[in-house]
Design a protein. Sequence first.
Length: 204
Amino acid sequence: MMLKNFSELIQKVRSTEIKKRVAVVAAQDEHTLQAVFKANKDNIVDPILIGSKERIKEILDRLQENLDDEAIIDVENDIAAVKKAVELIHENTADFIMKGKIQTADLLKAVVDKEKGLRVGSIISHVAIHEIPTYHKLLAVTDGGMMMYPNINEKKQIIGNAVNTFVAMGYKNPKVAVLAAVEKVNPKMPETVDADMLKKSIYL
């Protein structure tokens, strides 16, 4: 299986029997709600909105969108919103989290919390999926947002997270390329040495 573009990815998501539940943190943001309700109308997600209920309902009225009251959770502030979202994931009431009008650092602090966060044993890493008009399939880049200076073992886990993501999307054998600033191994550049080790599956 190979997904060529986002349209194919969206169609694959639509074909599943169960619609995923997204917990939107600090949902009192017009652009966020526009995206969420577009996904809802496209039969991709069911939203759970967490934040200032009054402000959320004002925006929904302006957008002429309706949502049952029980799907809007009123909290005091952004920190309480992300903590509630993490709680919903643990309770299996929501499937994933979407960032609304909240600072990324505040969101991630609750997500990576060692006691109450969403860690599952390995490191948490970022995967960005790209559709490039001149390339024949979707391309993912990792890690572009979480790990600043990963060591070889952490790089192994980052690759594992990305591979698991694509396996969950239906890929049987995802292809991995380890990137560095130059193409040849240079002992003076640790990144190239790590890339060579990973390529040769020494640590995988």
